[in-house]
Each structure stands twice: as structure tokens, then as C-alpha cells.
Design a protein around this ligand. Structure first.
Ligand code: ZN
Length: 695
């Protein structure tokens, strides 16, 4: 049996190889194409005669592809990569073929018309159908052949521009380095950074390599623009001239020479505008927002303006306090330059909150954190989570398996947890994936959802206890929030159940919501047991933790708003008389939003991959949008009284019945209304960030 071919409920992760993935895809792809061919001639424009069989025709192929991508992300090797590369384009072609089928498009319209005359569909099915129709239209299904050809060319060109843009940023980042040769020049750098920088010097190409092998203690040290080096360097280096050099290099990346992204920016903006116009939208922002909950440019403008109004005064005091602190500690000039801010902010943070990440991590033992998280889920949502290791195959011995049931014993879901960092084989970061989506099968039974949480937390060394850094605890809660939304869905249609079918700017609500509990005193007490003393986090340390979270929160918020406002201006209002180029739009917004003035040669847009080389074009605001909503959800618990256990439980059940249960089956804004009984407010986020005076 090939583990990728018509996959059983519990995938045989222990038997998966690149060779059998390759073999399975070579059968599944023609089978899926044949099934689509057949359906195009035999369909009936009803749900069971069209939508369901269409889903079923694609599923075996998509399931196999999903598991192949999963294996690549957790057990990376050249062989897995080759299989993925071999089939990638074929998968894209297949999904385009389904999405652009005029036969199916006419059938969707017929089904919608029939449903309007005499209701045939459930509200969830209607929402899926509407999204499918919009998706086909935005894929260019309705265009005349000549215009469709232009549309496809634009799509292809935009994909190429995105790739070149990202590659230019990577190449420009790699092209710069600064070598420090004396202890004096490297003053202030923490040991971990010295070690990385000495290693980088040792790896320099022959000819540039120093005569003596570099050492962490004596250098030389090669400082690069890699975020993992650049950020700590700017925070810790006492070498002000080097900080200035690094800063200027960083903000001018990919803005000149062979890696100049300036022309690509103007091209990307023009092509996206043309693409949007072709399918009937005035601007690319209108197209982007048509599939998001914010819906209109005006709604995004309004969010940015209101958050900025709240953050500006506080950011002014943050800047004044930082300057005063720096001057009291030896800074002799009248103003901090951009390359001074991270350095002095880090000194001020240490001074104010005085705890180290190491010290804090001694309180968070992984097994206890997990138990505490499960107890919280039981209390809030009435579910029981039980280890079931060994009951399903896994891809690595560290992977755990759990079952989720209602407290009355009814099974709801199961999930895998792959906790530890494995830099050789696992992609960085953390994520939640769905292997199985809740679905009512044709025999009337329900197939339960299955999720996987992948983290990259610290690996216990030798016999030391498995402690977690506080940000790793946060990450685990975040991913568990995604998983809860996937697992506790009550929607039976797979295209809208769990995390499927949720709008881009609403997908992070459930995850960020869970992060709030990491700053809830009772939850942190229950999660923490000191590795030596068994004590929970003391109150005084907890208070510093909360205060440190909001350190310079207004400046951080303004920075995000600067990015969001620039993005929306470029995709909604550019070009416009008086705006000479994209950089002029950036400078205008920097004056309005940037917490500190930019240097004259700043060309930050040339490395803004999110909106030119990634999926955030006219969507950067999504970060703040979902943060507002998740903070407002948590505020419902605060209003009920976090100390009142029965109120917390009742609110949790309501959250489960709305946010977690309805998922993609209903507009997320109306789901929010069901939970909150009103439209969202920015007050909770401002209060949680310490920006409204009363926390
Ligand atoms: Zn997330």
C-alpha cells in the first residue's frame, strides 16, 4: 500500500518516502484530471450533483500534496525537495484549470439562480458558493480570450517580479558586511553574537579570510545585515560609528546597482492596478479588500487613523523619556539618531524591568506548560485533552499525539504536536496545519478534524529539564489557538469547516486570542513551576513581565501603522498628482506615522517584501485588524471578571459556540457580533497596550 495513495484517516507517517510520494502523484494527478473531465459532462447544478463531487474529485490529490509539503517542512531533505519541485507546477496548473473552468462557472451561476428562486442551499453552502463564484471571476473566468491572455501574462509577470524582488533583497543583504578587528570595535556585543560573527568571518571566501583563525574572544568578527545579527548588533553595540554604518546599509538595501528593486516597485504597482482594472475593480486595494472582512479602503483608513491618534501622544513621551535616560547615562548630544534608538531602548528596558529571559525560563517546564494549557482549555471550552501516544503513526520520535473530547466523553478531534527545534530538517518558525477537516460523509457519519502543531522550541540538553522561553510559551498558545478553531468547528462542509474559508484578515483572531492568557495572572501561576524550587512565577516578576510587554508600545504601534498606511496608499491612491514616485508616498507617511524621522537616503520600500514579494499587498493592515478583534474578544472575559471562575467558564462556552464553532461558515464579523453582541472596538487593544490610561 502506498501511504500517499487514498490516505487512511491516520496517515502512515512512518512509511512515507519521497519515492512513494512521487509514485502516488503520478497516479493521482491523471485520476483527478479524469474525474474533473467526467464531472464537466455529467454534473447536475445542485449541491450533491456539483459542489460535493467537485470537492471529492480534487481531495485525494490535495491530501497527498498537503502531506508531501508537511513532510518537506518537518523532515526536509534533497529528495523530498526534488519531489515537491517536480510536481509543484502541475498542481498549480490543475488548480487553475478547475478555477477557470467556464463550464463549472456557468453551473455555479445556475445553482445560485435556482437557489434564489426556491432555496436549496444552507447558509454555509451559499457562502461557499458565493466565494467559489467570486474566486472564478477573480481568476479571470469571465474575460474574453484576448483579455484572459493578458490577465494570465500579468499573473505570471507578477509572480516573477515577486521572486526577483525577494531574491534582490536576499542578495543585497548578503552583499554587505562589516568586519570588526579589535575588542574595542566589538564592545558591548553579547557572547552569542560574538560567536556567530566569528563563525561568519571564518566562513569568508578564501582571500578575504584572516591569517589567524577567528575566535569569539579575539575576532575578527564579521557583522552582516541578517536580521538575526543586525537586530542584536543595533541593540548591544557600543560602537556608534559601526551602528551608523550598519543602519545606513540596512535601510538602503536593494536600492542601487544590480539588485535595485526601484523599477520592480513601480512595475508591481502598475501591473496590479492593470490586473484589478481588467476584472472590474478601480484599484488593486479594492480587489484585495473584496475578499477580506475590512471590505473597504475607508475601513482601513479609519482603523489606522484611530490607532494613530491614540499612539501619537504616548510615542512622543516615549521618545522624550528615552532621550532623558540616554543623557543621564552618558549620551552627550541633543538628539538620538535612528542608529541610537535600539541601543538606548535596550539599556532602558534592562534598567526598568531587570529580569533576564534565562531567569524567567526556569519557571516554564514544558510538561507543566502543556498540562496548564490543557487545563485552561478544559476550563474555558469544556473539552478534555488526553495523551494518546502510540495510537497513530508519527514522523519523528519527539512527536506527541493527543485526543480531544467533550467533557462528557464525546470525541471531537485529535492532534499531533512536534515541539522541538530540529534545524537540520525542520523549517523555522511555528505553524498549525490541518490534516483532516471536519466533514459529514455521504453515509451520514462525521469525520473528525485532525490538526498538527509544529513549534521550534529549545531542545533540552543532556539531563537538564525541558524549560521553555517565555516567547516559546506564547508561540505554543498562539498555534494552539489556531488548532482549537480547527478542531472545535461544528461546520460539516469541509470547504468552510475549521480554519477553511476564513478571511485573511480574520485568521489570526483565534490564535492571538490565546496569547492573551499568557499575561493572565492565574493562568501564568498555573503554568509555571520553577525547575529547582517548584514555585510558580512570583507576583513581582509577573508584574514586570506585563510592564515589559508594553515597553515602547506606542512607538511599535506607530511603526506598524506607518507600514499599513504606506501599503494602502500605494495600492489605493497611487499614482496621484504631486506624488512623484512610490518613495514620495513613503516619506509622506513617515512624517505622519514614523515614530522617528528617517534618514534622507532611506529606501526601506526596496526591501518591503511583504507587499511587493509576498501576500500582503493591500493587506498589511491585517496584523492590526485581527489584533483589535482578538483583544476585544479577550476583553469579554475581563468584563465578566477574570477572578470569577463561573463567569470565565460561561464566557468561554460562548466563545467556543461562536468564534471556534462557526469558523469559515459565516462572515467572521458577524461571528464576532454573535459573541460580543456589538461591533468591534479598538478600546481593548489600546488598554492592553497601555495606551488608554487605564489597564
Ligand atoms: Zn498564526
Amino acid at each position: 500500500m502506498n501511504p500517499f495513495y487514498h490516505i487512511p484517516y491516520y496517515p502512515a507517517f512512518d512509511k512515507m518516502t519521497p519515492a512513494n510520494a512521487d509514485e502516488a502523484l503520478s497516479r493521482l494527478l491523471p485520476e483527478a484530471n479524469a474525474a474533473i473531465d467526467a464531472l464537466e459532462t455529467t454534473f447536475v447544478p445542485t449541491w450533491p450533483g456539483l459542489m460535493r463531487p467537485l470537492h471529492d474529485a480534487c481531495q485525494p490529490l490535495y491530501d497527498a500534496w498537503g502531506l508531501l509539503c508537511h513532510m518537506l517542512s518537518v523532515m526536509n531533505s534533497d529528495a523530498w525537495r526534488q519531489v515537491q519541485e517536480k510536481w509543484q507546477a502541475e498542481l498549480v496548473t490543475f488548480s487553475l484549470r478547475v478555477g477557470q473552468s467556464r463550464t463549472f462557472y456557468q453551473a455555479y451561476l445556475a445553482l445560485r439562480a435556482a437557489d434564489k428562486t426556491a432555496p436549496l442551499l444552507t447558509p454555509v453552502q451559499r457562502r461557499i458558493l458565493d466565494k467559489t463564484i467570486l474566486g472564478a471571476e477573480q481568476a479571470g473566468v469571465g474575460l474574453l480570450p484576448e483579455r484572459q491572455a493578458r490577465f494570465n501574462t500579468l499573473q505570471m509577470d507578477l509572480a516573477k517580479i515577486g521572486t526577483s524582488f525577494r531574491n534582490n533583497v536576499l542578495d543585497a543583504t548578503k552583499a554587505f558586511s562589516l568586519t570588526l578587528r579589535s575588542r574595542e570595535e566589538a564592545d558591548g556585543l553579547p557572547p552569542a553574537l560574538l560567536a556567530v560573527a566569528a563563525q561568519a568571518a571564518a566562513a569568508a571566501p578564501q582571500g578575504e579570510r584572516p591569517a589567524e583563525p577567528p575566535s569569539p574572544e579575539n575576532g575578527p568578527w564579521k557583522i552582516t545585515l541578517d536580521t538575526a545579527v543586525y537586530l542584536p548588533f543595533m541593540m548591544h553595540s557600543r560602537n556608534r560609528a559601526a551602528r551608523e554604518t550598519l543602519y545606513r546599509a540596512y535601510v538602503t538595501r536593494a536600492s542601487a546597482g544590480e539588485t535595485d528593486n526601484t523599477p520592480l516597485i513601480e512595475q508591481a504597482l502598475a501591473l496590479r492596478r492593470e490586473l484589478a482594472n481588467l476584472i472590474g475593480y478601480d484599484t488593486f486595494a479594492d480587489l484585495s479588500l473584496s475578499t477580506k472582512t475590512a471590505k473597504t479602503v475607508a475601513a482601513v483608513d479609519d482603523l489606522v487613523a484611530r490607532l494613530a491618534a491614540a499612539a501619537r501622544p504616548a510615542a512622543g513621551s516615549e521618545a522624550a523619556e528615552l532621550l532623558a535616560f540616554a543623557r543621564a547615562h552618558g549620551f552627550a548630544e541633543d538628539a538620538l539618531q535612528p542608529w541610537d534608538i535600539a541601543f538606548w531602548a535596550e539599556r532602558q528596558r534592562e534598567h526598568l524591568y531587570d529580569y533576564s529571559d534565562e531567569e524567567l525560563s526556569r519557571y516554564f517546564l514544558f510538561p507543566r506548560v502543556l498540562e496548564g494549557l490543557f487545563e485552561l482549555a478544559e476550563r474555558l471550552f469544556g473539552i478534555t485533552i488526553a495523551p494518546a501516544d502510540g495510537e497513530a503513526p508519527v514522523w519523528h520520535p519527539d512527536v506527541r499525539f493527543f485526543r480531544v473530547s467533550d467533557t462528557d466523553g464525546a470525541p471531537r478531534a485529535c492532534f499531533f504536536l512536534d515541539p522541538y527545534s530540529r534545524p537540520e530538517t525542520k523549517s523555522g518558525g511555528a505553524w498549525m496545519n490541518d490534516f483532516r477537516t471536519r466533514e459529514r460523509l455521504s453515509d451520514g457519519s462525521v469525520r473528525l478534524p485532525m490538526a498538527v502543531l509544529v513549534c521550534n522550541q529549545s531542545v533540552p540538553v543532556g539531563n537538564t529539564p525541558p524549560v521553555m522561553r517565555f516567547n516559546e510559551v506564547n508561540t505554543l498558545f498562539h498555534e494552539f489557538g489556531h488548532a482549537l478553531q480547527h478542531m472545535l468547528t461544528t461546520v460539516d462542509e469541509p470547504d468552510a469547516s475549521g480554519v477553511n474559508g476564513i478571511e485573511w484578515d480574520a485568521i489570526e483572531i483565534a490564535s492571538q486570542f490565546m496569547e492573551n492568557w499568557c499575561y493572565d495572572r492565574a493562568t501564568v501561576r498555573s503554568l509555571s513551576r520553577h525547575a529547582d524550587t517548584g514555585e510558580p512565577v512570583p507576583d513581582a516578576l509577573f508584574d514586570r513581565l506585563v510592564a515589559a510587554k508594553n515597553y515602547r508600545a506606542a512607538s511599535a504601534m506607530l511603526r506598524q501603522l506607518f507600514f499599513a498606511a504606506t501599503d494602502i496608499d500605494l495600492y489605493a491612491r497611487y499614482p496621484r498628482p504631486g506624488w512623484s514616485d512610490a518613495d514620495a508616498v513613503k516619506r509622506l507617511n513617515a512624517e505622519r506615522y514614523s515614530p522617528a524621522p528617517l534618514v534622507a537616503e532611506d529606501r526601506f520600500l526596496c526591501s518591503f517584501s511583504h507587499i511587493f514579494g509576498g501576500g500582503y499587498a493591500a493587506g498589511y493592515y491585517s496584523y492590526k485588524w485581527s489584533e483589535v478583534l482578538s483583544a476585544d474578544c479577550f476583553a469579554a472575559f475581563e468584563e465578566a471578571g477574570l477572578d470569577d471562575d463561573s463567569a470565565v467558564r460561561a464566557t468561554g462556552r460562548r466563545y467556543r459556540a461562536t468564534l471556534l464553532a462557526l469558523g469559515g461558515g459565516e462572515d467572521p464579523m458577524s461571528v464576532f457580533q454573535r459573541f460580543r453582541g456589538r461591533a468591534p472596538s479598538i478600546e481593548a487593544l489600546l488598554r492592553h497596550s497601555g495606551l488608554s490610561g487605564n489597564r
